[in-house]
Design a protein around this ligand. Structure first.
Ligand code: ZN
Length: 423
């Protein structure tokens, strides 16, 4: 998938009214399933999941605030951000003063509509721009939220690309935000593109599309055994803004994925930050009982941009090139995960004569000849059975790909033997 194709997917998913439960999540997964084989799971309201309980399912058809002339001053149909997520149904006539405690604005960003939710409290409210509120008279207003909060299900989905190994790589995206493009849709689109690119891998890759917090908790509650098979994992979010990439380490801080992502980002503008128990679902995967090797990849991190959780996070805020760049970084990580390994130099006494084996000649004319030669010398020198290819790439400052190609050429010439998997 190209950056433009990922962006088109973001635009298509953007109008849907997602929440932690309900038909918006189902419609989202339905569209994702046009690209990937999804196993969709429905977990009933009231089901205990770890320390939590699956909540009632929320669905909404319409909502508005109508002024005395009958005009919709605030209209769910123009943006689903206008209704506080999980609002209970309302049908009332109210003055502005009565309505005011239920209205949410951003005084410092007067043209933007905030994103608010009230998942675990029976409440209702509207979000609107400060400018809209400033233009409202005393009323009275007709106030309607046509929603239902009833026993139903929480919906999440998985896509699995089977590998030669049962060891798994987890990629997890939240799918619970309504019309917010960078904060959930860009991550979904990049995950779809990554999943589409994987073919007959060594690891098994599991993509989880679940509502934030409660969805990840539900997945963990239902996959306690499988969780121990996760060798590497990432939460993927905010994958499409124009900022540079940010990697947040796993709770362990020295997991394989931490080393892989640090290496992959080394040659690009980036930031690496330590784990903290906040942000996306790495909080759940890295809770101490699980302590999984799961980091988080974003561009500008969680809450790090003014458009975050506002109507400013629209498809225009997300750039096709940025999503393509996030995908390439992930693909580089996959290459390391797939190809890292330890080798033994079979001719370790003095440097073997490479020219005689055609290993210099085969490189003639390539602009990266010098790099390829250096990679061979580093691989030969450090392949003592203890150092892996990622170790060699880190220590030499060479790209992993050059090191892996050198190892392939040396193995082909009978100078190296693979002695173990790494990463
Ligand atoms: Zn968010």
């Amino acid at each position: 998938m190209t950056g433009e194709e990922m962006h088109a997917l973001v635009e298509r998913l953007y109008p849907l009214c997602r929440s932690i439960t309900g038909d918006g999540v189902r419609a989202t997964l339905e569209i994702v399933s046009e690209h990937l084989d999804l196993a969709v799971h429905e977990v009933p309201t009231g089901t205990p999941v770890l320390d939590w309980t699956i909540p009632k399912e929320w669905n909404i058809r319409d909502a508005f605030i109508k002024d005395p002339s009958g005009r919709r001053v605030v209209d769910f149909r123009s943006s689903n951000l206008h209704v506080v997520g999980y609002s209970v149904p309302v049908s009332a006539t109210m003055t502005l003063e009565e309505l005011r405690p239920h209205l949410h604005t951003l005084p410092d960003q007067p043209d933007l509509v905030p994103y608010r939710t009230g998942y675990y409290a029976e409440t209702w409210g509207f979000c609107l721009s400060r400018r809209t509120l400033d233009g409202m008279g005393e009323g009275p207003y007709e106030v309607v939220i046509d929603s239902t909060l009833a026993d139903g299900h929480l919906t999440y989905a998985e896509h699995v690309v089977r590998g030669r190994s049962d060891d798994e790589v987890l990629i997890s995206c939240h799918v619970c935000h309504p019309s917010l493009a960078n904060d959930n849709l860009a991550g979904i689109a990049v995950a779809v593109a990554l999943a589409s690119r994987l073919e007959a891998p060594r690891y098994t890759y599991r993509f989880v599309f679940a509502p934030g917090t409660i969805g990840a908790i539900t997945w963990l509650a239902r996959n306690r055994d499988r969780a121990s098979r996760i060798r590497h994992g990432l939460t993927l979010a905010c994958a499409g803004d124009r900022g540079t990439l940010t990697y947040k380490r796993s709770r362990r801080g020295d997991a394989g994925i931490d080393r892989v992502m640090t290496h992959v980002l080394r040659d690009r503008p980036h930031t690496v930050v330590d784990f903290s128990p906040y942000g996306y679902d790495e909080r759940q995967y890295c809770s101490p009982g699980f302590d999984l090797p799961v980091g988080s990849l974003t561009r500008t991190p969680y809450a790090g941009y003014p458009e975050y959780h506002t109507s400013g996070d629209d498809p225009g805020f997300v750039a096709p090139e940025a999503m393509a760049d996030t995908l390439e970084a992930l693909w580089s990580a996959v290459e390391v995960l797939e190809h890292d390994g330890r080798y033994q130099n079979l001719s370790p006494y003095g440097e073997p004569q490479l020219g005689r084996r055609g290993l210099y000649g085969s490189l003639g004319g390539r602009s990266d000849t010098k790099q390829a030669q250096m990679a061979m010398l580093w691989v030969l020198n450090l392949s003592d059975g203890a150092h892996g290819l990622l170790d060699i790439a880190d220590r030499s400052g060479l790209p992993f790909r050059a090191v892996a190609e050198a190892a392939g050429a040396l193995e082909g010439a009978g100078l190296l033997k693979r002695v173990g998997e790494d990463a």
